[in-house]
Write a protein of this length. Structure first.
Lengths: 216, 216
DNA sequence: CAGGCTGGCATGTGATCACAAAGACTGTAT
DNA sequence: ATACAGTCTTTGTGATCACATGCCAGCCTG
């Protein structure tokens, strides 16, 4: 490692840059479900050839963030209700465990940061900004789970978020809510009180509730 | 190479063929932890160019089945004890849920098949064949979980198996056990009795026990 | 006007190449 | 004998190209 000539963009490898950008877009709901992408289009957009575009796309597809038709056409996935329920259950399982592991290490500074992030969530809800809402909501969860010191579990949770990204966008886009996130307050309260069963319940409910209203 | 000379192999796409073969090798412990691979070597072995080899490798790396150094060198991962503990916890979480969901649909035919597979497990243990042991052991679990009708969860479980593959190989390779798998019998018994809490406990124990003896 | 067919365009796949960087190896000096 | 330096080989990366395939529009026919 001589010296990276680029202070921004930690990894300067083309395929990684493309991967990260696309991943963000998908996870935070910039792309609607069913939207299709082309390798040449991605390449042109990022100023690279098809090769790194293909690697990024295949990686995303492997993580379930994109689906590939038999002919190799890629598009953002349109999830069935069963799939959504399953992914919600997975979120509940993993994230409850992460929260539980994070709790003993959650100091006041962390809780304050969660509070701050949660204000951003409320603001996004008030402005009906779906992308900001998803982004700050996930940041709230990630900030808490980071304290669990369980990178493999966190990676799994993020993979699930990734798969739900376009769907969440579609969901919150047609949502008329303006009330701030109630269950986040419960999470913070349980954290403050050191109430582990309460924390588990609050996380499970928060994670499950949003997806429940998908049942058509 | 205009026409693939191979009528078998359901998917005739080069990168997919390479991916599947490598994945099997890793998951079933054909490769020791820390073993390094080269793209040109893989390409030569499968008779393809570097391009599909790279895609297969990157996909495996994305799934945690291979690690890539900063310079892009790939090798099978040597897991830390914390990582192993974490992955074991993940297995417990997900597989207990899968077993629980599979139980209501577990008919006699399924239990018989589990019994048969378990005999293969016993035989592999008796012959001290680590690869056969891992393969039939995972087949036992997969057969049960398939009944849960939860493809996303099963995929996650398999990803964890994949990450643990080389480590399990190293573990069972230096194991001197010859007794047949006790906890599998408990699982089958709980299934027969319709004892859901017992099933959860049996699965959790079976999944956890093997990795416990890793704590150096 | 409807339905099927054909031709052309768009798109993914895999091979090959040039290049850069990382590692290994060898020879030398201390 | 060991440490260092220079080179030579190995290896990953990304661009480009040829090719096969799938999709779609427009046309023709009934």
């Amino acid at each position: 490692m001589t010296q990276t000539p680029r202070p921004l963009d930690t990894h300067l490898l083309a395929h990684d840059r493309v991967y990260r950008h696309l991943r963000s877009r998908i996870m935070y709901g910039d792309l609607a479900p069913g939207q299709s992408l082309t390798l040449r289009g991605i390449g042109k957009e990022f100023g690279v050839s098809m090769t790194p575009a293909r690697e990024a796309v295949r990686r995303l597809a492997a993580e379930g963030a994109l689906t590939m038709s038999a002919s190799g056409r890629v598009s953002t996935p349109a999830l069935s209700n069963e799939r959504i329920e399953e992914l919600a259950a997975l979120r509940a399982l993993i994230e409850v465990e992460l929260a539980s592991r994070a709790m003993p290490r959650a100091h006041y500074a962390l809780i304050d940061r969660l509070q701050t992030i949660n204000n951003a969530v409320s603001e996004a809800v008030a402005h009906r900004d779906a992308v900001s809402y998803i982004r700050s909501n996930l940041e709230f969860h990630r900030t808490l789970y980071l304290r669990a010191q369980a990178p493999a579990m966190l990676a799994m949770a993020e993979t699930v978020w990734l798969q739900l990204g376009p769907t969440m966008r579609a969901l919150y886009g047609r949502l008329r809510r303006t009330e701030p996130p109630h269950f986040h307050k419960l999470i913070i309260a349980a954290l403050r009180a050191g109430d582990e069963p309460g924390l588990r319940l609050a996380v499970r409910t928060d994670v499950t509730q949003g997806l429940r209203m998908l049942a058509t």
